[in-house]
Design a protein around this ligand. Structure first.
Ligand code: ATP
Length: 325
């Protein structure tokens, strides 16, 4: 058992629904084990500037259901330098913080990995990102809420598409990963899905529009923002040029995908990994991301968590193809 007296807790990178539930779980679990918690505002940016706030039982009341992050989040270029990380370490030491819990995505863990190799301070991470693009957990905190938000929005777009017999290109988040597009495309009954991991997406879409059933009254194409075709408006332009008889429209869902109340799945995931993070620090874990694999808590070294697989489940694409007949 490692003697930890004071944990520093921060959220960093893009916010994700469920981060607050994770914050609450970490704070309450630490208090349960008589460990103090200091909230670090605005991620690494606030760590370097010494933006700290003590956190008690009440400071996390009534947040389990709230989107965003009460600790705020930011990006910090200074933390990418050894000098910036040294400043951060000095600030933490001035508060007698002896361990860290980081909630964020791949950039956050890259920073934690660098910091953990330079200073003797245990850090564990919780996967908080809507992208679900980390290895070492089946799902990341925020992904379930984001895909439900997308599906609700696309259902609404479907109503208007159906009324006007239109084809809609809907852009969803995912700069490097098509995982949001892939699941929401299936759930929303998409005609085709365009994702960075599949280079045949446009060819497949053209084939669908040329040779597919002609009596469809609406069509939805889901495109991840990082797809190679150049963004939803460019895809819309290409489709309009090639298929002028389709009444094509473009809709970019944007930041609504990050907000809103976390789903039950995200709250439970956040609560489980939040409790496990504090217990992991007590058990001597460090430089690991705490996730859930096959419904069991998992511990993945930061370096391995960052090696996200670029492979997607090919079955999912086949499902889209079969079901869009
Ligand atoms: P999301 O996946 O939701 O965007 P993220 O954690 O990947 O979240 P980033 O903006 O990529 O978000 O990273 C958050 C912060 O982590 C950066 O602003 C920076 O301070 C730190 N960071 C990222 N890369 C490095 C690095 N190579 N070295 C040190 N720190 C880094």
């Amino acid at each position: 058992m490692t003697q930890i007296k004071k944990i520093g807790l921060y959220t960093s990178g893009g916010d994700a629904p469920g981060m607050n539930a994770a914050i609450r779980a970490v704070v309450r679990t630490a208090l349960f084990y008589d460990i103090e918690v200091v909230g670090i505002l605005r991620g690494y940016h606030g760590m370097i500037r010494g933006e700290f706030m003590p956190m008690g039982r009440k400071s996390v009341s009534n947040i389990v259901q709230r989107g965003g992050t009460i600790l705020k989040t930011a990006r910090s270029d200074q933390f990418k330098t050894p000098e910036g990380r040294k400043k951060a370490y000095d600030q933490l030491k001035s508060q007698d913080i002896d361990a860290l819990v980081a909630i964020g995505g791949d950039g956050t863990f890259t920073g934690a990995l660098a910091f953990g190799s330079e200073f003797d301070m245990p850090i564990v991470g919780l996967p908080g990102t809507i992208d679900n693009d980390l290895a070492g957990t089946d799902f990341t905190i925020g992904y379930d809420t984001a895909i439900n938000t997308v599906v609700n929005a696309v259902d609404k777009i479907r109503d208007t598409a159906e009324s006007h017999n239109r084809l809609f290109i809907v852009e969803v988040m995912g700069r490097d990963s098509g995982l949001i597009a892939l699941r929401t495309g299936i759930a929303a009954g998409a005609e085709a899905i365009l994702i960075p991991e599949n280079k045949d997406g446009m060819a497949h879409l053209f084939d669908r529009l040329e040779n597919g059933r002609k009596d469809k009254t609406s069509r939805i194409v889901i495109a991840a923002e990082g797809d190679d075709a150049g963004g939803a408006f460019e895809i819309g332009r290409i489709v309009t040029e090639r298929f002028p008889h389709y009444d094509t429209r473009v809709s970019i869902l944007g930041h609504i995908q990050r907000g809103g109340k976390p789903t039950c799945m995200d709250r439970v995931l956040a609560s489980r990994v939040g409790v496990a993070a504090v217990e992991a620090l007590r058990d001597g874990h460090r430089n690991e991301m705490i996730g859930v694999i096959h419904n069991e808590i998992s511990y993945t070294p930061f370096g391995s968590a960052l090696k996200r697989s670029t492979e997607i489940n090919a079955n999912f694409l086949k499902i889209v193809e079969i079901l869009s007949l």
